[in-house]
Design a protein around this ligand. Structure first.
Ligand SMILES: Cc1cc2nc3c(=O)[nH]c(=O)nc-3n(C[C@H](O)[C@H](O)[C@H](O)COP(=O)(O)O)c2cc1C
Ligand code: SF4
Length: 542
């Protein structure tokens, strides 16, 4: 299946026509506004009083380039420097940082401990220095910087290429897919308690390093995310919604005790699918899981390929009850459903050809984010059942259209609010509320890089229509971090830096190389790994 390239859509009219042809709805503003009243230039005040200077956010982006003992390398410093000069005022976690060695996703992931702390302090300072050098000496006052704390759980590779998994329950598909026997030992409740202490100690150190907040990572198949689908785990961390969120509640309590005053945020995979694999001609198809509904997808509707936001909404209510003010919405996992997690035209070497136009994946994440944002603004749902059955028999949300999805329909899409349809000119849009206070959770949107030159148009509309509070940059922050600054200043976008979703930044680390934007960033193009990457991408080598 081939899909029309976004780079070929030269005008807003062509973009909108293409989107309409896909049967999806993407919020879209024709004109990017500049100046102090521009939607993306609006400050956002958190309930604690901190005012974040604008609505651009750098999503956490790891580089697989730390030292064996978990310190940042020169490549890590360079990446954080570029995050600083992006112009984004919210740095949602920087990159996944392991709270201890056995929770690293790769042997080059950062670790936060007493030994690495001075380096992490320098890392944060490097980002701030780049920001103030670009935007003036006072510009750091509204720059809100967090550190993403993680344990990689099932996807831990602390010592080399070999998986050394920590799992919470035997997953019928993932155990098989990643070569774990059905009786592979699960993490015990005592081990979980010790891990919570490690999260608290890590948060204390992050506070000492000067970070404003920590992100207690609950996404992408890593340990925090696996708790949310632990229906089959006996005991106090499995089964009911209350038990499956106990880790979050206990981690938050322990962090508050260890680091009073430190902000806490959560990045959550708010929906998930059954793992995919390459099917005929390499196009992704769902794995089989046996009889009955597929209940191991948090935010899934039981079909394995649909969304039900009943539990994710309850999760957001829980965050609000825990006085957590900031949430970043993402989906799925890069290890088993990359097409829903980071929509791309070109798959990574361990992936599959996209089973849908990647814009469908973007629209799915936007629709989920908007529905959760509406909910975070006050709408309430019935609490999920305490039986652990997986769903409250409820609300199905936002399917992709049947076009190209590889399924025979059946899924219903919750339409986007009518304000999102993006008509050119003349149209009235509701003004932004003046500050963030009293508005519930601040919601960050992800998975927008595939929009390419149209990312600012969609992002502005998302914020203006109240469908998200912050526009997250993931891959785009690697290839073109200054997209935020250029867009805020009304400068034309630098097309040669726009991420075209070649997936080299994922293929490289999957093959033991540092991550970076090899196709578009001259710095990585010139590195020896670029040649190695080209060789392994040749057919038959990858
Ligand atoms: C090379 C690479 C590294 C990433 N590292 C992290 C990470 O450390 N933590 C995390 O939560 N997400 C990570 N992500 C996911 C991104 O934050 C983001 O959710 C994803 O790329 C989709 O957003 P985009 O379309 O803007 O790229 C990573 C993605 C890529 C491509
Ligand atoms: S390698 Fe560069 S162009 Fe390719 S997906 Fe990553 S950031 Fe985008």
């Amino acid at each position: 299946m081939t899909y029309r390239r976004v780079a070929m859509l030269k005008t807003p009219a062509q973009f909108r026509e293409h989107v309409a042809g896909l049967g999806i709805d993407l919020p879209f503003d024709e004109k990017i506004e500049i100046g102090p009243d521009a939607p993306l230039a609006q400050p956002y005040t958190l309930p604690g009083g901190f005012t974040i200077g604008n609505r651009w956010c750098v999503l956490p982006m790891e580089g697989w380039d730390g030292t064996p003992d978990g310190r940042p390398s020169e490549l890590t410093f360079r990446r954080w420097e570029r995050f600083g000069l992006s112009g984004a005022k919210l740095i949602f976690g920087g990159e996944a940082t392991a709270v201890r060695h056995d929770g690293r996703a790769n042997p080059n992931q950062l670790i936060i401990n007493e030994e690495t702390l001075p380096d992490l302090i320098r890392l944060r300072e490097t980002l701030i220095a780049a920001h103030t050098a670009s935007f003036g000496p006072a510009s750091a006052a509204d720059l809100y910087i967090g550190l993403q704390l993680t344990h990689s759980g099932r996807f831990s590779r602390p010592n080399g290429k070999k998986l050394e998994p920590w799992i919470l329950y035997p997953h019928p598909v993932l155990n098989r897919k990643f070569g774990l026997p059905a009786d592979y030992p699960v993490m015990t409740d005592d081990q979980i308690s010790r891990l919570i202490e490690d999260f608290a100690a890590a948060a204390g150190r992050a506070q000492r390093a000067g970070f404003h907040f920590v992100d207690v990572k609950h996404c992408h198949g890593y340990l925090g995310h696996e708790f949310l689908s632990a229906f089959d785990r006996p005991g106090k961390y499995g089964g009911s919604f209350e038990n499956r969120t106990r880790f979050l509640r206990e981690a938050v309590a322990a962090i508050r005790a260890a680091a009073p005053g430190l902000g806490i945020a959560v990045r959550v995979s708010a929906f998930d699918f059954v793992p995919f694999r390459p099917g005929p001609e390499g196009t992704g198809v769902p794995e089989s899981w046996g009889a009955g509904s597929y209940r191991w997808a948090f935010g899934g509707d039981g079909t394995g390929v649909g969304v039900d936001l009943t539990e994710p909404k309850a999760f957001l209510e829980l965050l609000a009850k825990l006085d957590i003010a900031l949430v970043c919405i993402t989906g799925g996992s890069p290890y088993y459903v990359p097409h829903i997690q980071r929509p791309a035209l070109f798959p990574p070497s361990d992936g599959y050809q996209p089973p849908e136009d990647p814009l469908v994946g973007v629209a799915r994440q936007i629709a989920v984010t908007a529905a959760l944002k509406r909910h975070a603004g006050g709408e309430r749902v019935e609490p999920p059942p305490s039986t652990g059955s997986g769903r409250a028999g409820g609300e199905r949300v936002e399917p992709p259209p049947s076009t190209g999805s590889g399924r025979a329909g059946g899924e219903r899409v919750e339409p986007l609010p009518s304000t999102s349809s993006g008509h050119a000119g003349g149209e009235r849009v509701e003004p932004l509320p003046s500050t963030g206070s009293g508005r519930g959770l601040a919601v960050v949107a992800s998975a927008l890089s595939y929009l390419q030159e149209w990312l600012p148009n969609v992002g502005q509309r998302l914020v203006r229509a109240g469908m998200a509070d912050f526009v997250g940059l993931g891959r785009m922050a690697l290839s073109y971090p200054q997209m935020a600054a250029d867009s805020l200043a009304g400068r034309p976008l630098q097309r040669k830096h726009i991420c075209r979703t070649f997936s080299d930044c994922t293929t490289a680390p999957r093959n033991g190389l540092v991550s970076g934007c090899y196709p578009l960033d001259e710095f990585y193009k010139a590195r020896p790994e670029a040649e190695a990457l080209e060789k392994l991408k040749k057919p038959g080598n990858g």
